[in-house]
Design a protein around this ligand. Structure first.
Ligand code: SAM
Length: 329
């Protein structure tokens, strides 16, 4: 029925699906200590509704890669079954998950057996006390156990995502990279974005891609890898390779021009950009009996309306109403 092409010719093949807006951490840069008002379960897509929408996206709209996220996707009941059903789709999409790793030690094997291909695990610090301050939960050992389990289950290459914050963990870039190199994990550093529920993001506090690259270069030689394609990460060979490190400069080195990503929130809204201020509802049409053709048409219209860029540098920029945890990072 045709690909998801926007008005600038960008073809969208990567669908990020949020399975829940709930999380078992309370990272300071993401949500307040008391958590957020979670979406009532009646408003969330059921497993069947979710699989139906993804089926249309994969079969009819050219989506080739599906990433499960949240909130914390491991909190979704029925996760293994959802993965199994998505892995049965034709053509078979690549299946990845972004997770904080808590609970992965128990689930990694079952997820791999069900068809999950890869995971990205978020890890901002290797220090117990800092983890507690930053994520407001004492769970570093669970994350590390999850990383080991992911590797053992073959969910590789296992990527590790870190957000560096000034005066909080920005002295850990080298330690995190060394940790990843020793374990054969692919480290990626992400610039902090204005997507926190508290609206506390300040540009001057953000540790920039330039700073990160500079810090890493103090110990390692970084050689840019050619052929980035639509990847958000700029990849560098570390000391000539084969190990690599990625830097995702969403704010200072935007990559909107090659964006191929679209998001489906846990309550069934299509978002054509992380920073979009408008969403297109698929849940109510699905519940009202919409045909696959209607779902595909709404999906395509949502992409057609995509803006050229996220506009963070624009004086008129307004942070989206939904925080990252409710969009699906
Ligand atoms: N709970 C899962 C996890 O921890 O990976 C998936 C959802 S979480 C929102 C996805 C990623 O977004 C995490 O790596 C997290 O660090 C990152 N993140 C959250 N808020 C962010 C922000 N304001 N700027 C940049 N990254 C952010």
């Amino acid at each position: 029925m045709g690909a998801l092409v926007d008005g600038f010719g960008r073809v969208h093949t990567d669908l990020r699906v949020s399975l829940t807006d709930k999380c078992n951490l309370r990272c300071t840069y993401c949500m307040p200590a008391e958590g957020l008002e979670w979406t009532p379960s009646a408003e969330l897509l059921t497993d069947d509704e979710l699989v139906r929408i993804v089926t249309v996206a994969v079969r009819d709209l050219g989506i080739t890669s599906v990433r499960l996220t949240g909130g914390e996707p491991l909190l979704r009941r029925g996760l293994v079954d959802i993965v199994r059903r998505l892995a049965e789709l034709e053509p078979r999409p690549r299946l990845a998950m972004t997770t904080n790793g808590i609970g992965l030690a128990r689930l990694a094997g079952a997820l791999a057996d069900a068809g999950l291909d890869r995971v990205n695990v978020s890890l901002d610090t290797l220090r117990d006390d800092r983890f507690l301050t930053l994520a407001r939960r004492d769970r570093l050992s669970d994350v590390l156990a999850g990383l080991d389990a992911a590797d053992a289950a073959g969910l590789s290459p296992v990527k590790v995502n870190a957000v560096l914050m000034r005066g909080v963990n920005d002295d850990e870039a080298l330690d995190l990279l060394e940790f990843s190199l020793q374990r054969g994990l692919a480290m990626r550093f992400i610039e902090q974005m204005p997507l926190d529920a508290q609206h506390g993001w300040k540009r001057e506090n953000m540790v920039t891609a330039d700073e990160i690259q500079q810090q890493l270069s103090e110990r390692y030689s970084l050689t840019p890898v050619d052929g980035r394609g639509s990847s958000p990460a700029e990849e560098f060979l570390v000391d000539g390779g084969p190990a690599t490190v990625g830097i995702i400069g969403s704010v200072t080195r935007p990559f909107c021009g090659s964006c191929d990503r679209v998001r489906l929130t846990a309550d069934g809204q299509v978002r054509n950009c992380l920073f979009a201020r408008e969403e297109s509802d698929l849940r109510d049409p699905v519940r009202a009996g919409a045909s696959d053709v209607e779902i595909a048409t709404r999906f395509r219209a949502a992409i057609a309306a995509k803006l050229p860029g996220h506009g963070i540098d624009d004086p008129s920029f307004l942070q989206p109403d939904r925080p990252m945890s409710a969009i699906g990072g």
